[in-house]
Ligand binder design. Structure first.
Ligand code: BGC
Length: 721
């Protein structure tokens, strides 16, 4: 449709139809299989048929057949015949489940992440959905918060790259094309730093911190063309994000020029009332539409209040029309006016869902997301020896992680299955009872039986972790250790003289210090998805080389939280980084990960084509500044180092983080091979938001850091202007 046709359609709509176009409900409500009352705290009123058949969008989990039928029934009964928009939370795969986003961040591989998102879009599109509520671009620092699993990690640059790749993978160049869906960047903004790691809690940060760390990730998603943005539940700077004019108007619309649809989070319009930002539903509705929320997800407040608010002049028709037009434009962009069913296809659904081609990409991404944290000359294993396998994650199919509702356990490859494919009956198992449903309970202690079963195994793989229900929304935790009996199992096997390979499944960094000495090797496997067990086997037996790097710092002790690499310095760093009762620094830093070979790093070189004679300054206007470092593979296996570039502005008008990742490059080196890796440092990389919220470059001294992870770096200080 052309814009004029959309405008004509808008003109024909009644006030009720406009208001309902801005409302998202559950499918059952429109199909009368659920009561038609609006949900949320305010929702007591039954919606009339006129209202129901003018609803703009449906949130729900179903399949192609159901959605085709829903759209059909809806269009038959609807006066305006504007197709419904079907949205769903497809976070790390639809039926083929990929590793959780925090793990995907560890791959440092945007291209592979884009491929995975493309597959996800294809599977979601044939199931009949038009939008996914993904990617989540909330930067995270607190492992107590259950939703860190949905974020690519603690670094703004990495979060931005993953967000961008995910949006591109879903939408391609044209979301109306077959197999494409619209992306919704969420949760805008700052949801990733709830105080104390407690779900939905207050976010209190300066605008400088918001600018430095939290906003860049969302911005990348918007620049990549994301069709939608979801406002968040939390308060930022004392205002709930869903009614924050600063966030939704000033930054999102005016500064970033976002043209798409802003949807609230589930009932977040209603939640402005308990926040204390609105006295009743009318005030909540008014504040949220004024701030710029176009569509109300499930609070029902727009449905119940907007008509009155327009009629009494509190909200202008112009404002309402602008929001409705954005929604119509989104539907048009998806091609729904031409084909309201888009790609929904029950037959293709059967063929594509979890097909071998999709599974192969899931296996590759799972391999690349796992991080080798320790290896005392144990890995890779050889397949010719008997191996013991123990632990609650050894036989479980619950390797998908939270937010994988459409994934199926029967499709999931367990660790046992993956290892058995290599070892056959040389694999023996013991103490494999699954984790109980209650986080406060432990697995039964069967260490004695395990020792007996493994009496002629020199090497034992122990698959441990926290259960998948201990992460995700509403799953904050105070205890980040493995359960008592899991730690005991590892200790006992080691004490009995076994070589212990610990494989950790979790949705957050855990406290691994208590099991580190008893483990000869540790592989952080996260929640790896459908192909999890195969990926573990690929890495343990060296079919694949480990390449994953931590997207989040691992604390030694949870008392250090929040602990992250890109902090601001204090005036007395030697005191303020330490605790009296804990060794200083993280257990494993951001960017860390081992391979099956070793590398030797040469001294970094800095070349500036704009360097003026007799002056120490590197002048960016006069030429390029290039920094490079040589890496040599000194081991006897092929390997892939990840060369990382960090910068620090050491004399700015506001303090800058001690290190900021600004680039990385992965190369493959054969044994003995050496390569030089170069980065061009430009003004953009050196700029930041000053205290007047302007993006500026301030000439001065900068530290240029290159190396293998955020801790092991070589630094050179230079003047740049
Ligand atoms: C979550 C969102 C999600 C929405 C719809 C909310 O509770 O915060 O991330 O997209 O529900 O399921």
């Amino acid at each position: 449709m052309h814009k004029e046709q959309l405008m004509q359609l808008l003109d024909k709509m009644t006030l009720t139809e406009k208001v309902m176009q801005m409302t998202q409900l559950r499918a059952g409500m429109v199909r009368h299989t659920q009561p038609g009352e609006v949900s949320g705290d305010y929702g007591t009123r039954m919606l009339s048929n006129e209202e129901l058949y003018a609803t703009g969008s449906i949130l729900g989990v179903h399949d192609a057949q159901y959605l085709i039928q829903t759209q059909k029934e809806y269009l038959e009964s609807s006066r305006c015949k504007i197709p419904l928009l079907f949205a769903n939370d497809v976070i790390h795969g639809y039926r083929t489940i990929f590793p959780i986003p925090l793990a995907q961040g560890c791959s440092f591989d945007p291209e592979l992440i884009r491929d995975a998102a493309e597959i996800t879009a294809r599977e979601t599109a044939v199931a009949g959905f038009h939008v996914t509520y993904s990617p989540m671009a909330d930067l995270v620092r607190d492992p107590r918060w259950g939703r860190i699993m949905e974020s690519p990690g603690e670094d703004p640059y990495l979060v931005g790259l993953v967000t961008e790749a995910t949006v591109q993978g879903y939408q391609g160049d044209d979301p109306s094309a077959p197999g494409r869906i619209a992306a919704c960047v969420k949760h805008f903004a700052g949801y990733g730093q709830p105080e104390g790691g407690r779900e939905y809690n207050t976010v209190d940060m300066s605008r400088g911190v918001l600018r430095d760390f939290y906003l860049p990730g969302y911005k990348k998603g918007i620049d990549a063309g994301a069709a939608m943005v979801m406002s968040s539940y939390n308060v930022v700077d004392r205002v709930p994000a869903s009614c924050s004019e600063y966030l939704l108007q000033q930054i999102l619309r005016e500064e970033w020029g976002f043209p798409g649809v802003v949807i609230s989070d589930y009932d977040s319009i209603g939640q402005t009332i308990p926040h204390g930002a609105a006295g009743d539903a009318f005030e909540a509705g008014e504040k949220c539409i004024q701030a710029g929320v176009d569509m109300d997800m499930m609070s029902g407040i727009y449905a119940v209040t907007l008509k009155t608010l327009v009629e009494n002049g509190s909200v202008s028709m112009k404002q309402l029309d602008a929001a409705v037009l954005r929604i119509l434009e989104l539907k048009n962009k998806l091609g729904l006016f031409e084909n309201p069913y888009k790609d929904a296809d029950p037959e293709l659904e059967k063929q594509l869902h979890c097909c071998p081609e999709h599974r192969a990409v899931a296996r590759k991404l799972a391999v690349r997301s796992m991080v080798l944290l320790k290896n005392e000359n144990v890995l890779p294993l050889t397949a010719d020896r008997k191996l013991g396998l123990a632990g609650p994650m050894a036989k479980t199919r619950k390797l998908l992680g939270a937010w994988a509702e459409m994934g199926r356990f029967e499709d999931t490859v367990t660790v046992e299955t993956g290892l058995r494919a290599v070892l056959g009956d040389r694999l023996v198992t013991a103490m494999t009872a699954e984790l109980p449903g209650d986080d406060r309970e432990d697995v039964p202690d069967e260490t004695e039986q395990a020792l007996e079963t493994f009496r002629d195994c020199d090497i034992c793989v122990v698959a441990v972790g926290q259960p998948s229900w201990s992460i995700g929304e509403g799953a904050s935790k105070t205890d980040l250790r493995l359960s008592t009996n899991q730690e005991k199992l590892i200790r006992c096997l080691k004490a009995a003289g076994k070589t212990v390979v610990t494989v950790v499944f979790s949705g957050r960094p855990l406290e691994l210090a208590p099991i580190l000495d008893s483990s000869d090797a540790v592989l952080q496997a996260w929640f790896p998805g459908t192909e999890g067990g195969n990926a573990v086997a690929d890495l343990l037996f060296g079919k694949e080389n480990p390449t994953g790097r931590l997207s989040m710092t691992f604390p030694r002790d949870k008392g250090q939280i929040p602990i992250y690499y890109n902090r601001y310095n204090t005036g007395r760093p030697s005191y303020s980084l330490s605790y009296r009762d804990c060794q200083e620094g993280p257990l494993f830093p951001f960017g860390y990960g081992l391979t099956y070979t070793q590398f030797k790093w040469s001294s970094p070189q800095i070349r500036a084509s704009g360097q003026r004679e007799g002056k120490p300054a590197h002048c960016l206007e006069d030429g390029e500044l290039t920094v490079s470092i040589g890496v040599k593979n000194t081991g006897d296996r092929e390997g892939e180092p990840l060369v990382q570039l960090y910068l620090r502005d050491v004399s700015a008008s506001v303090v800058r983080p001690v290190k900021e990742l600004k680039g990385f490059r992965r190369i493959t080196l054969k044994p003995g091979e050496e390569q030089t890796v170069s980065f061009v440092v430009d003004q953009q990389m050196l700029s930041f938001y000053n205290n007047r919220e302007r993006f500026v470059f301030e000439p001065g001294w900068f530290d240029i850091m290159l190396g293998d992870n955020s801790h092991d770096l070589q630094t050179q200080r230079i003047w740049i202007e």
